[in-house]
Ligand binder design. Structure first.
Ligand code: 0GY
Length: 295
């Protein structure tokens, strides 16, 4: 099947030829937020998907891992695959100890299915609140899933936008696991670090030690575009205050980017701008993801 015939007409394909990073990643670094798409001939996209991407399978992901200098990946189930986790699980199995996964599941998930995914490397579930990506799921369904996965030591990854945090806070406080927030809860960069919306997120993290943040996706959040200067203060604030609860990832293959496609090598070069010392870089890239996903 030719993926170019199927992907959305305005779909931007991942960068074909990223630069070699100038920043040398420390040995053992983890790309803790990335996805696989298909290949659709083997792993068809879900009927309920909101977008149809290009194929971006495990072979390309692991080639990028090696090229950039990462050792490990955490592969997050992308919404174009719905609750069919086969592409993500297959990618985890092929990398053995070098990959972990985050699944999307329904309330009907059984203990045996969780155990099977655990054996393949899955360590959490993702609850998505971004309306352009998924249909609404009742919160009691999410709570029942969290109750089921808790005993496996799994955690919950949440994806929401800044304007929804106020409404979500009481729900998040009910979750009985570690919670990892994608892309710092997508702050509105135009409002600035000191705006009440971003400070609400900072407060959530300071008052709840089970809340972690991915300091990811400057290319999504930036209003200025590369080199993403306008997002640096947001990441710097979160990394400075919560250096033991932050994760970094490429977000390859960068679903739904409309303005431009980032160069993954350039994204790696961005890391020292948000984590300036080798001590903090080690926490962000090795110690934190290893503690959460590999211990
Ligand atoms: C991301 C962001 C996006 C998409 C997904 O699963 C997904 O479809 O996560 C997005 O469109 O903002 O984290 O990859």
């Amino acid at each position: 099947m030719n993926d170019l015939q199927n992907m959305d007409a305005d779909w931007l394909k991942f960068h074909p030829d990223p630069k070699k990073p100038d920043f040398q990643l420390p040995e053992g670094a983890v790309d803790a937020h990335c996805h696989v798409f298909g290949p659709s001939s083997e792993f068809p996209f879900a009927a309920e998907r909101k977008y149809t991407p290009c194929d971006a399978g495990k072979k390309q992901l692991y080639a990028l891992r090696d090229y950039l200098g990462f050792s490990r990946n955490v592969i997050v189930q992308a919404t174009c695959h719905g609750k069919d986790n086969r592409a993500m699980v297959d990618a985890c199995r092929s990398a053995g100890e070098y990959a972990r996964g985050i699944a999307s599941v329904g309330a009907d998930i059984t203990e045996a299915e969780i155990a099977e995914m655990h054996e393949a490397g899955v360590r959490g579930v993702r609850f998505n609140f971004v309306k352009r990506l998924v249909d609404d799921t009742p919160r009691d369904v999410f709570i029942s899933i969290a109750d089921k996965i808790k005993s496996f030591g799994w955690h919950v990854v949440v994806y929401f936008e800044a304007q929804d945090l106020e409404d979500l806070e009481s729900f998040l406080k009910k979750l009985p696991t570690t919670i990892v927030v994608d892309h710092m809860g997508r702050p509105d960069i135009a409002k600035g670090v000191n705006h009440a919306d971003f400070q609400r997120f900072v407060r959530l993290m300071s008052q709840n030690e089970n809340v972690w943040s991915k300091v990811t996706c400057p290319e999504r959040l930036s209003l200025q575009g590369p080199p993403y200067d306008d997002v640096v203060p947001f990441y710097a604030e979160i990394v400075r205050r919560f250096s033991d609860r932050v994760l970094w990832g490429t977000d390859w293959p960068h679903p739904n980017m409309k303005s431009h496609m980032p160069d993954d090598g350039f994204l790696v070069d961005y890391i020292p701008r948000i984590a300036p010392t080798s001590e903090v870089q080690k926490k962000l890239l090795i110690d934190n993801p290893m503690r959460l996903y590999w211990s």
